[in-house]
Design a binder for this molecule. Structure first.
Ligand SMILES: [Ca+2]
Ligand SMILES: [Ca+2]
Ligand SMILES: [Ca+2]
Length: 1006
């Protein structure tokens, strides 16, 4: 486009001289004064000259009005009168928040009637987080921000959103614009990792999509760098530098050499993901960790309760104690992670660690079919805990049956008792919400206390619903009738294991190993077996006589007599002669009451192998009359992550002091928070390495290298001192400081123009991202320079710039039409009225949700879905109904590149294919149709109607009044109310709501 379209129109014959005057005003505009680089052809272009020191033409009014009115007067025009208070507050809300005001806020504002109340309203709006959400969208448009990689495969870019959140935060915090630039070009140096998402916001070919040959890789690299250069030039400088990739720029004094010297600033930038550093979270995590350590110390003083229970843990893979009745279909392997039900879940105050072994087994579910039995093989009274595999896929049965068969004969049924029913969609004890779609361990569900015989079995029986049924570990425990959880001891460890039991008179003590760690790779080793007289620290083993099942062949270090020689460590230990197995026994000198046994692999801590992890300790008074006193059965299996403090808390007896319980709750809370803080969020952002050498390329061809160049800014704009070997980060810092420097002629002009454009619908320069020779000349060059200087002087504060513009009469004037002005300046570039305009897609959708009363104001994080897939090849089935997450503001939608959002995409919503400095506002029939007929609008109309019934009662007149107040902030005009009431009577309230939400008045900014 060569000239503003308004000018083209004025060139048509038969127009008055006034139009020609206006034409001249917007014509080629060359500044007087010394150009920066007058010797370069094109260097005299206005935008390359320093900002001029201009003063407002008058000082008795708002400076902006002074500039605007002068130009209007030159054309015999004037500002329109102020708009009314209702329009003004609606205009400000839509402009700054993209949302309508609440009727109550409007009523208050209408009462105030002072300029001070307008200023206060502007401050209020700028202070709200809704402001950042609205204005960040304008910035993201420039960046072609999306949550997919683009090109044909268009895969998901799941960690792009931290950049979007950074932009929102930066606007809300009123981060100085110069700092905003620094963050985005070199956030790795300013502590804002996410901000460098700027560099890599464009579509990019993933490694697998690039040809394997070196030439293809070089071309792809050039393309990727080109995107960064184009974004930097367009966004910050309003310069289309990308045009100089192959040849010197056609219009602007930007040479191909300039292009490549600029490329050298980015020669070490790669597209990719990296961890998002968060210094605030890290500091918080340190405080939490210290408090957690403190509480843990207090808790550790609480003595763990004595264990007296027989415990039997049977995993679904325990072939010796289970029976398959139907052929299994598959297994659910443990999902990585430390969260609930994940592989390394260490347990918490309210749950045991993950005891599911390798995962779960599953079968096809047939109602009432028995698929599996657990065979505990022990008689006695046990509390039974069951578990299963949970999975959010929705195929697991919702009512698996657990049946105790007392005589173990499955043919006899009259002895069968159903002891539990499990919803295998969920964790134990959970019955609503969503479940992750991965294999998870359910945790234990209490199936009650039952009397078992040695031959008793527990049957897993098909539920009534769904297509799969799963089995995982069960646990039986004696003597824990009131416990909310199985009481499990710490896993064995090589250093020290303590066994406490009720005092019992003994003459023989035997330690038997059934299995050693590492799959029985070695024979078991004990460095000392200590046996303590009840209530004392006297080790009575020292005077006893050892025997064993067999001894390892090493007469120096590993000898039988080392088992009770009083010396610790590998060199003074006993080892059996059988891999995994073996027993060692001590006959005490005299029968004595004992209550504690302590054993270890190597108390010196050097050796970890040979550890017996499945074992039993028996005592006897008469030879051969063995009674077990301790075993590994009630320990958490070796190798499972285990949290001792939580285990203590979990098993606190009822008489525990309140302070300990309070500590327990506090600990649980802090640990949860800490996990959140320590979860490393990744961000798709610039990643940085040693820069490549940069060469001037002949015709942009990566295969035609010419001479090497080093980083430099375009010659027409001057030069910055930079050694050729400047480091990667320092290069970007230097570039960012030059762009955000107060002497840069383009940066401030370009930004104030963007802000102006979003307030008035059109910039002072009509081509917001092209300030070059081919761009449009400014309509008000003095005002532009004055604003740019003011912006810099006010510390690059965007909020102050908003305040300045919004407090002007120019902004607050009515949008009414003046005939003469319309004939002369149809597009109101002179601003003789406030140009009304249709809201953007985001503001329409957000406003519909707000008026219906169900807008979810949750900020930040991964986006919600408009499509059923988050990326991939074409074919994106659309989401039609939205849950709470989908009722967030549209800026939080997961944006699929090159795929317009359903319904709202028709409202000129950019598809992130290219930068969109200014949205077109075409009005098409498709928009109206889309909007009117969409499921979303039908749903919202019903929700809106429900809100009206709730807030206005059943009186149709009151409903209509409330509807108008919510949607339009006004009362229906005379006669209109009756017609609306008729609509309600004939077609229902939601039909009226739908008409209102589709009306022009609703979707236009007044
Ligand atoms: Ca298992
Ligand atoms: Ca039976
Ligand atoms: Ca020893």
């Amino acid at each position: 486009m060569s000239l503003p379209s308004v000018r083209a129109r004025f060139m048509t014959p038969g127009k008055s001289h006034c139009r020609l005057a206006l034409n001249a005003a917007f014509g080629a505009f060359v500044l007087a004064g010394a150009p920066l680089q007058a010797d370069i052809p094109g260097g005299e272009h206005w935008a390359f000259q320093s900002l001029r020191e201009v003063e407002p033409p008058r000082t008795d009014c708002h400076p902006i009005d002074a500039f605007i009115e002068r130009k209007l007067r030159e054309h015999g025009l004037q500002l329109s009168p102020p708009t009314d208070r209702r329009n003004l507050i609606r205009r400000l809300f839509f402009d700054l928040h993209g949302l309508p005001p609440a009727p109550e806020r409007v009523a208050m504002f209408q009462k105030e009637r002072t300029d001070r109340s307008v200023a206060a309203l502007i401050d209020e709006l700028l202070a709200s987080p809704r402001y950042g959400e609205r204005w960040a969208q304008h910035w993201l448009d420039l960046l072609r921000y999306a949550d997919t990689h683009g090109f044909e495969v268009n895969t998901e870019r799941p960690n792009a959103w931290p950049y979007r959140d950074y932009v929102i935060r930066a606007f809300n915090e009123d981060r100085p614009y110069s700092r905003f630039i620094l963050d985005q070009l070199a956030g790795d140096a300013t502590g804002e990792d996410a901000a460098t998402g700027f560099l890599v916001a464009s579509a990019v070919l993933l490694p697998g999509q690039i040809g394997k040959d070196a030439a293809s890789k070089r071309l792809a690299r050039q393309d990727a760098l080109d995107e960064i250069i184009v974004a930097t030039g367009d966004t910050f400088l309003g310069l289309s530098i990308g045009c100089a990739r192959c040849h010197d720029h056609k219009f602007d004094p930007i040479t191909a050499r300039d292009y490549y010297t600029l490329q050298a600033f980015f020669a070490g930038v790669e597209y990719g993901e990296r961890p998002l550093r968060n210094p605030e979270a890290a500091a918080k995590a340190r405080v939490y960790s210290a408090r957690i350590a403190e509480i843990r110390q207090r808790i550790a003083r609480v003595k763990p309760p004595a264990i007296v229970a027989r415990t039997i843990l049977i995993d679904d893979e325990d072939a010796a104690r289970t029976t398959h009745l139907a052929p299994k279909i598959g297994s659910g392997a443990k999902s990585p992670g430390t969260g609930r039900g994940n592989k390394d879940d260490p347990g918490g105050v309210n749950r045991v660690p993950n005891l599911s072994g390798n995962g779960y087994t599953w079968w096809t579910n047939t109602p009432a079919r028995d698929v599996f039995t657990y065979n505990p093989g022990s008689s006695g009274e046990f509390r039974v805990w069951i578990s299963w595999g949970a999975h959010g896929s929705g195929v697991h049965t919702r009512d698996a049956r657990y049946v105790l068969d007392l005589d173990g004969n499955l043919k006899t049924k009259d002895d069968q008792e159903e002891i539990a029913k499990a919803d295998q969609y969920y964790f134990a004890g959970v019955s609503q919400g969503e479940t992750e779609k991965v294999p998870l361990w359910s945790g234990f569900l209490d199936a009650g206390v039952h009397q078992l015989r040695e031959e008793s079995r527990i049957i897993l029986r098909g539920g009534e619903t769904e297509t799969a049924i799963t089995a995982d570990a069960i646990l039986l425990q004696e003597g824990a009738p009131h416990s909310a959880h199985p009481v499990l001891r710490v896993p064995v460890n090589p250093l020290r294991n303590i066994e406490r039991f009720r005092a019992v008179k003994a003459r023989f003590v035997r330690f038997t190993s059934f299995a050693t760690i590492d799959n029985n790779k070695h024979e078991p080793c004990l460095d000392e077996l200590e046996i303590f007289q009840a209530g004392s620290d006297t080790n009575v083993a020292l005077t006893g006589k050892p025997t064993s099942s067999g001894n390892y062949n090493d007469p120096v270090q590993h000898r039988l007599e080392h088992i009770n020689d009083g010396h610790y460590g590998n060199g003074k230990s006993w080892i059996s002669n059988e891999k995994g197995k073996g027993w060692v026994e001590i006959e005490l000198a005299d029968p004595v009451k004992i209550d504690r046994i302590v054993w270890a692999r190597d108390r010196n801590g050097k050796f970890h192998d040979r550890l017996a992890h499945r074992y039993q300790i028996d005592i006897a008074f008469e030879p051969g009359q063995w009674t077990p006193v301790a075993s590994s059965e009630d320990r958490v299996p070796y190798g499972i992550p285990f949290d001792q403090a939580n285990a203590i808390l979990r098993n606190l007896p009822p008489e525990t002091e309140d302070s300990v319980r309070a500590d327990a709750r506090e600990l649980a809370r802090l640990e949860k928070e800490l996990t959140g803080l320590q979860t490393t969020q990744k961000v798709y952002a610039g990643t940085f390495r040693k820069p490549d050498k940069t060469f001037l390329l002949n015709r942009g061809d990566a295969e035609q290298k010419m001479e090497e160049v080093s980083a430099a800014i375009p010659v027409v704009l001057g030069r910055i001192p930079l050694a050729p070997d400047t480091g990667e980060q320092e290069r970007r810092l230097a570039l960012a400081r030059w762009i955000g420097g107060k002497d840069n002629p383009l940066t401030a002009r370009v930004m104030v123009n963007r802000v102006w454009q979003h307030h008035f619908g059109r910039g002072l320069v009509n081509t917001a991202s092209d300030f070059g020779l081919n761009g449009a000349p400014p309509s008000h060059p003095d005002l532009l320079d004055w604003l740019a200087r003011h912006f810099i002087a006010a510390g690059w504060s965007v909020k102050k710039l908003h305040r300045l513009i919004l407090t002007s009469r120019t902004y607050q004037q009515a949008s009414s039409l003046q005939e003469k002005a319309l004939a002369l300046d149809e597009e109101a570039r002179l601003l003789w009225h406030f140009p009304i305009r249709r809201l953007e897609a985001e503001a329409i959708r957000d406003s519909v949700l707000a008026v219906s009363g169900n807008l979810n104001l949750k900020m930040g994080g991964p986006g919600f879905n408009f499509f059923k897939t988050r990326g991939g090849l074409s074919g994106f089935p659309i989401v039609e109904t939205f849950n709470d997450e989908g009722r967030r503001r549209m800026i939080y939608a997961h944006k699929v590149r090159m795929e317009r959002a359903p319904v709202f995409g028709a409202f000129d919503c950019p598809d992130a294919g290219q930068a969109t400095p200014r949205r077109s506002r075409a009005v098409t029939a498709l928009q109206a149709l889309n909007l009117f007929n969409s499921r979303f609008m039908i749903d919202q109309s019903e929700i809106f109607a429900a809100r009206l019934r709730k807030e206005a009662g059943s009186d149709p007149a009151a409903q209509v009044e409330r509807a108008f107040q919510l949607a339009y902030n006004r009362t229906p005009r005379p006669g209109k109310r009756e017609r609306c009431e008729e609509t309600v009577a004939a077609h229902g309230l939601s039909t009226l709501c739908r008409a209102i939400l589709n009306s022009n008045e609703f979707i236009f900014m007044p």
